[in-house]
Design a protein around this ligand. Structure first.
Ligand code: NAG
Ligand code: NAG
Length: 169
């Protein structure tokens, strides 16, 4: 037969289990953002079949309030052996602009960012809310790439020819 102490302990345990989801909810990540980082060996502004996955690249996810425009969430991470990163995200970021940018390359021969002229600094937007009907806690981001300082030749010329892109334009 259970003693009064045992019953009391069980009761306390049950109470604690009930309060647990509240605690877990505020600390456990609500989403994960996954994406891939490449070294774009042809200095093209798109990922192509010659692009090489980059391990050890640093990326940053930042969310900004739509109106105020200030940073509401920020987290950094690194790609693993296959060039993939997985960033934890706490909370729902409805109505915010969330995007991943490249922070640091792991390859000295491939650390250019097209942030000048017409080219935009590479960034991948992600939606981090359940309020718009998108389900699932893993959100995929578009791949990002650093540009190799010197394009791989002759492979890149051949690729551009194949894709019918004029390299000098
Ligand atoms: C962000 O914007 C909100 C609303 O305008 C403001 O209350 C808050 O102080 C701002 N936070 C920072 C870190 O600037
Ligand atoms: C790299 O990370 C991805 C996403 O978390 C995972 O699926 C994959 O197994 C990892 N690969 C290695 C080699 O660690």
């Amino acid at each position: 037969m259970a003693s009064l102490t045992q019953v009391a302990l069980l009761f306390a345990g049950a109470l604690c289990l009930m309060c647990l989801p509240g605690i877990v909810h505020s600390t456990a990540p609500q989403f994960f953002v996954e994406g891939k980082v490449y070294c774009e060996v042809c200095r093209a502004n798109f990922i192509n079949k010659l692009s090489e996955p980059m391990a050890g690249a640093k990326v940053r996810l930042e969310c900004r309030g739509e109106e105020a425009g200030n940073i509401t969430y920020s987290v950094e991470g690194e790609t693993n052996g296959t060039g993939l990163y997985r960033l934890p995200v706490e909370g729902d970021h409805d109505g915010e602009l969330c995007e991943i940018t490249l922070v640091k390359s792991s390859r000295p021969d491939c650390d250019d960012l097209p942030d000048e002229g017409w080219a935009q600094k590479p960034a991948s937007r992600v939606t981090l809310t359940t309020h718009n009907g998108i389900q699932g806690d893993t959100r995929d981001a578009n791949p990002l790439g650093f540009a190799k300082k010197v394009a791989l030749q002759p492979q890149c010329s051949e690729l551009f020819k194949e894709l019918d892109i004029d390299q000098d334009s």
